[in-house]
Design a protein around this ligand. Structure first.
Ligand SMILES: C[S@@+](CC[C@H](N)C(=O)[O-])C[C@H]1O[C@@H](n2cnc3c(N)ncnc32)[C@H](O)[C@@H]1O
Length: 272
């Protein structure tokens, strides 16, 4: 997606983004922060921080450290600043492209990318920036929502889009973990690279109280294609009546897979 479109999407989503999938976002953030193995004096950078879900998880560990969040969305950054107004960590929030940011080389001990990579046209650039920012031996971790997309209901949505000839949204919905590892392994910059790359899969069932709440979440994340509103509305109407999507109690239940990539930054030639 273009940076202006990403910023516009998350400006419009506002606080609704986190509240539309609070448990999912919190689980992904807490697992990611765990893989960063933070110590109390670490300097942490959160690329694509949104309203600060990762920093909220890291905050208690960074008693003598620092946190910087970078995001394109002015509104998400305002929410983040408000959220940490009274925090002892006093994170710094900067509005810029995480893939071309002005932070110094090797200025962080840990860099997180929470649910950000699928929005980038060039996700490798984001991982490269994470590598550039991290000191030797530091950690980089990233989460993406994996396939199948949002379990049965999500896969049904993709099938309907396909059948009606509607292009999938620009967000990369089917993120392939092998591709993520390949990107990570190609991330050499400034004689530094990502080493010990691992991908873990976390699968949990999440539910939304009714169809509207689920549909709203998809919209706020940018998971519904834009520009074909009438067709999308008609697909929404069809899905609302579909008992493979909505359970008898009205809830929408999805087995969601989160892929968690983590790595250590090292130096030198991997083949020597
Ligand atoms: C799905 S939200 C994730 C927010 C938060 N990291 C979390 O874990 O909930 C994606 C965020 O990444 C931001 N983003 C996407 N691409 C970006 C880029 N190239 N530079 C900075 N922010 C970006 C968006 O503005 C949005 O706030």
């Amino acid at each position: 997606m273009r940076n202006e479109d990403i910023a516009g999407l998350f400006d419009a989503s506002g606080g609704g983004y986190e509240s539309s999938a609070a448990e999912l976002i919190q689980l992904a953030a807490s697992e990611l922060v765990e893989r960063l193995e933070l110590t109390s004096s670490d300097d942490f950078v959160d690329l694509g921080c949104g309203a600060g879900a990762l920093i909220a998880q890291a905050e208690a560990k960074l008693t003598h450290g620092s946190a910087i969040g970078i995001d394109l969305s002015r509104v998400q950054l305002e929410l983040a600043r408000e959220r940490f107004r009274l925090s002892p960590v006093q994170p710094l929030f900067v509005q810029e492209d995480a893939g071309a940011n002005g932070l110094r080389n090797r200025s962080a001990d840990a860099v997180g990318l929470g649910l950000v990579l699928p929005y980038a046209d060039r996700p490798q650039q984001l991982l490269k920036e994470a590598t550039r920012l991290t000191r030797l031996g530091g950690r980089v971790a990233a989460t993406v929502i994996g396939s199948p997309f949002f379990g049965g209901p999500g896969t049904r949505l993709l099938g309907l889009l396909e059948r009606r000839g509607v292009a999938w949204p620009e967000v990369e919905l089917q993120f392939d973990p092998r591709e993520a590892v390949r990107l990570a392994l190609l991330c050499e910059i400034d004689d530094r690279r990502l080493d010990d790359v691992t991908i873990e899969e976390i699968e949990r069932e999440f539910w939304w109280d009714d169809f509207d709440a689920w549909w709203r979440m998809l919209r706020l994340f940018g998971f519904l294609p834009r520009g074909r509103e009438r067709m999308i509305e008609s697909i929404g109407r069809e899905m609302r009546e579909d008992d493979r999507v909505v359970d008898p109690d009205g809830k929408v239940r999805c087995a969601v897979r989160i892929w968690l990539l983590s790595a250590t930054v090292s130096e030198g030639d991997p083949w020597v």
